[in-house]
Design a protein around this ligand. Structure first.
Ligand code: NAG
Ligand code: NAG
Ligand code: NAG
Length: 528
């Protein structure tokens, strides 16, 4: 058993590596400019590489004074243990803390400096090499807790430049620098093109959780930008292929569609239980096709509704990550299932799928953009975005991609309204006769939530069903029960003795919902 396991692991590793021939793994480091403004002898512009966490000030700049702590120079411990604080005093420049690379995660150094009051962190490389992107560590319970809370920007600088700064500081100079992100995103015109390389897998741990949160948060803004014609958004999905010799293996069969051409890793990394890699490839393909279909009708923003609704309604945890659930989401949004199916083609066919083939080609970098190798990846005006995937900072990066003064209003205010409920009731449950709806317009885009009416809470999924529940429900829409008025008498089938039921009143017969008819009288309701 143990042997088999490691063989699977080895094979899985081999399969992942086999992505390499497709892309020669060209990773472009996004840089911002760092300008030393004093002292005179080291004045000038230096390169620095934006970290993949924290919040870079896209479109802006920031001035500060550089400090190099006397102790804890790698920043791996809490600065308070050494009695060190970087809190700014009124009127003083913000403190940029210089720390050395090594011994612990980049993110931990930045987190420790932030807690001690730093406004930004410069990490000096410990070897001479081209700059790399400081990434957040994968899958680690204790780090994921603070990564989320890093709000200051950080950048890696070259070893030699680090030494220049240290020398100047130790000789007593006042070292001032300016970090500038204004040119981090090119802004050639009044429309921003951006891509999100995403994944429908909702069970891959911290990174998936962050991506899912981001999708929900960002949807409202994304839709406003797209509807206003300010942006052209394209979603993308990564797949890899199975080496020819393995296409008939159990692993490739469970992870791939189209005979090993398009694969995704098993969500649980366990071939024997739960969802398989090919379930993820299929849903990714469906999401791509939903985009193709809505883009053809010039409503590309509906894709955001589909993916966020799918996330809410069809999670793996509830075993609803499947075709049936996906199709009920497509139906709620009033989209053409046939067209989506046509676009998806036959996943069992031994032939290319043109949609996924296009995606594999797009994974390879072009021009200023490197290969896409990590998920999620956001590309704005063909530059890879670096920083935390969070609504505010992503919006800033997109907004900095507009030529100055052409930014849409959403870039200047957080006050966003979507009015999506006006169109097809946002795909949510409604009862027109009773003027009730589950659609709520929020700054995050519309949500489908059963309403609270006259103190009575409706319960259901908000998309296809909402029912009054709890005491008092007879007050609202008569509890969904039959009612009628005759000769000044009101008749109701709603009874509320702790538990609400639709029961025809005494002397009437019927289901209590649609009809009640008098049994011993003539006439419509026995009251002629
Ligand atoms: C991160 O921030 C949240 C909300 O402000 C807080 O509840 C949590 O304790 C913070 N985590 C850490 C590790 O400080
Ligand atoms: C979406 O539609 C626009 C305009 O019709 C087109 O330029 C673009 O290539 C389409 N995108 C995709 C991914 O099909
Ligand atoms: C339906 O309810 C909304 C808000 O509760 C109200 O503004 C609207 O006038 C109502 N429409 C009708 C036809 O009663």
């Amino acid at each position: 058993m143990e042997l088999q396991r490691s063989f699977l692991g080895l094979l899985l590793g081999f399969l992942v590596l086999s992505l390499t021939p497709l892309s020669s793994a060209r990773f472009v480091v996004e840089k911002n400019s760092l300008r030393v403004t004093s002292p005179d002898k080291i004045k000038g512009t230096y390169d620095s590489a934006i970290g993949n966490f924290g919040i870079p000030q896209y479109g802006g700049s920031m001035a500060g004074a550089v400090l190099y702590p006397k102790e804890n120079q790698k920043g791996c411990k809490e600065f308070s243990e050494f009695g060190i604080s970087f809190k700014s005093t009124p009127g003083a420049l913000p403190k940029f803390v210089l720390v050395d690379r090594g011994d612990c995660f980049f993110a931990l150094k930045v987190w420790n400096a932030q807690k001690a009051g730093a406004s930004a962190v410069l990490v000096a490389d410990n070897i001479e090499e081209p700059l790399i992107t400081m990434d957040s560590p994968e899958e680690d319970g204790s780090t994921s807790k603070y990564i989320e809370n890093i709000t200051i920007p950080s950048a890696l600088i070259e070893k030699s430049f680090g030494q220049t700064l240290k020398k100047s500081i130790s000789s007593g100079d006042m070292v001032n620098v300016n970090l500038d992100w204004r040119e981090a995103v090119p802004h050639p015109d009044d429309r921003v093109e951006y891509e999100l390389w995403t994944n429908s897998n909702d069970e891959c741990g911290v990174k998936c959780d962050m991506l899912m949160e981001f999708m929900k948060d960002f949807r409202g803004a994304a839709q406003i930008l797209e509807i206003g014609g300010y942006t052209q958004f394209t979603p993308h999905y990564i797949t890899w292929y199975c080496p020819q010799a393995f296409t008939l293996s159990k692993q490739c069969k469970s992870q791939c569609i189209n005979h090993g051409r398009y694969c995704a890793p098993d969500p649980e990394q366990d071939f024997s239980t739960g969802y398989e890699g090919k379930d993820v490839v299929l849903e990714n393909l469906r999401q791509l096709c939903v985009f193709k279909v809505v883009n053809k009708t010039n409503k590309p923003w509906v894709w955001w509704d589909y993916v966020t609704d799918f996330q809410i309604r069809c999670p793996m945890k509830e075993k609803k990550y499947n075709k049936e659930c996906a199709e009920s989401v497509i139906k709620s949004l009033g989209l053409d299932i046939k067209k989506v199916e046509q676009c998806m083609g036959d996943p069992t066919a031994d032939s290319e799928n043109s949609v996924l083939k296009e995606e594999q080609d797009a994974q390879v970098g072009k021009g200023s953009r490197g290969d896409v190798t990590i998920l999620p990846t956001l590309v704005v005006n063909n530059r890879q975005y670096r920083g935390k995937l969070e609504k505010g900072s992503v919006l800033k990066a997109i907004c900095s991609g507009f030529e100055e003064t052409t930014e849409p209003a959403v870039c200047l205010s957080s006050d966003v309204e979507t009015n999506e409920c006006l169109d097809n009731n946002g795909g949510c449950w409604q009862n027109k006769a009773a003027n009730l709806t589950a659609c709520k317009d929020t700054f995050r885009g519309r949500v489908c939530e059963c309403p609270l009416v006259d103190g009575v809470q409706f319960k259901g999924d908000g998309y296809t069903t909402c029912e009054a529940s709890g005491p008092g429900r007879c007050k609202v829409n008569n509890g969904g029960c039959w009612h009628d008025a005759q000769d000044g008498h009101a008749f109701s089938a709603c009874t509320d003795n702790g538990e609400v039921q639709c029961q025809c009143p005494h002397g009437f017969k019927g289901d209590g919902v649609k009809s009640c008819e008098g049994s011993c009288f003539t006439g419509k309701y026995g009251l002629a």
